[in-house]
Design a protein around this ligand. Sequence first.
Ligand code: SF4
Ligand code: SF4
Length: 297
Amino acid sequence: MESLLKKARECGFDACGVVPVDVLSRERERLERWIGQGFHAGMNYMANNIEKRENPALLVEGACSVIVTLTNYYTPKLQSEGIPVVARYAYGKDYHRVVKDRLFKLHTCLEEVTGRKITGRAFVDSAPVFEHEWARRAGLGWIGRNSLLIHPRLGSYCFIGVIISDFEPSRYSLPEERNFCGQCNRCVETCPTGALSSHEVNANLCISYNSIERKDDIPSEIKKKMGDRFFGCDACQEVCPWNRKAVLHHVEEFSPNEWLMRMSRDEWLALDEEAFQVRFKESPLQRPGLERIKHNL
Ligand code: SF4
Ligand code: SF4
């Protein structure tokens, strides 16, 4: 276990834990209820591969553990006043590749330490995995009323990466059984669209979903509440008291894209595809693409 934590730090992770594989029946029930209420909006993929999401041994044959890592992406630097706003996670390069490369490195390190081949797969927010629950079980924090994982030292501006494999640690991490939200309800009260209730997000109302995932027109009642945001929303993280202690990340790839930090609405609307590709080559903004960004603006 200590060697795993040491190797995870060497690979650039800010926190790490490891838990035995288990069948997450309670989380499956919760997810099915959430989908049944229609809260997943247009994310129909959430209903796919539910058995694999519930039981990671179906994702990786012979898996016995889930290694969970956190990568801090917080920066106190903000975009210039009055320009179109994106969520902090999109300031730099796309996190999927950055975190996955680190997970591959950790995988290799573990093979060196154990002296054997480890069969496993790395996942970063792109496969049917209950990342938040695995992180909680790995002692990396609790799930807040904003539905995000909150680490007591790092806060919630963290990416979760996991390795599901046949790695067997000398001992496992202890789960976080407590929830330190207490009487606080700030995120719920602050959410501009009322998308939060009892640790759940109604994606139909969430600005993140509407500005990034949605394919059709954004409903007018959401549009009115988006303010200057055109990609994502950090409102329910900005007010969280556990983020007051957040410190600047140390990932070069997450350094803010200077275009993004100062481009005005008019400059965005005048941008052509060629310039967009040059300026935002490896950015998370590639996901919606320029046409959708202009639509949002
Ligand atoms: S991301 Fe924004 S819109 Fe979505 S739940 Fe949080 S505060 Fe509400
Ligand atoms: S703002 Fe308050 S209720 Fe919301 S996640 Fe943070 S501590 Fe929990």
